[in-house]
Design a protein around this ligand. Sequence first.
Ligand code: MN
Length: 248
Amino acid sequence: MSHTLFISDLHLAAERPRINQQFFTFVRDVAPAAEALYILGDLFEYWIGDDDHEEPLNDAVAQALAALAARGTRVYLMHGNRDVLIGTSYAVRCGATLIADPTVVELPGARTLLMHGDTLCTDDLEYQTFRRYAHDTENQRKFLAQPLPARRDQMRGMRAQSEQVKKEKTVAIMDVSPAAVEAALRAHGHPRLIHGHTHRPAHHTHCVDGHTCERWVLADWYQRGSYLRCDAGGCTMVQLPSGLASPE
Ligand code: MN
């Protein structure tokens, strides 16, 4: 049956060869049977600009996705909070279409709202302030105008700081706010919602204004790769074979 695949939060990085390999295997062996592959943010652990050709992983990922697109699977790319600086030129190299967060798509069986998920974490005020800074086009322009080594250093500093900050936050504050989820469902006419970001894979049901809405939360790939497969009959979370997995 015609189906669509969704992944997010792979956090690909040169220092994570096992996850990178799972991604390449998934793109080569699993994704070609799908009509479309939606990557809902944080494909990469960090992104310092489309002109970063010093990191071979970036080109390898682009080639793998372009090969998938050439075989007939449409590839869609949404920014996460880690790779918000991915630009049109990299998307073109991937044979992918950059899509906005949020985006509504008409899929067989259900109109579906796609988000990365970070905009739903409205209780984390500190993060939302940072998000506004990171999405500001003038700040982005200034960052990208720097030489690559300076960008790399700055990004390393921000990643370390973010890890430290996360340790100090409660689990609840970093999850989605139920009110924000309801508001998003209401604003988009009560669709099905698929998002990632929180690393809390689950299938939720929300009752909003008398409508029952499904919410699928995609898994991160730290422990094990997985994807969501949707067709006219509904969605299923699928884990990739564990044979590839070993602690990193
Ligand atoms: Mn994220």
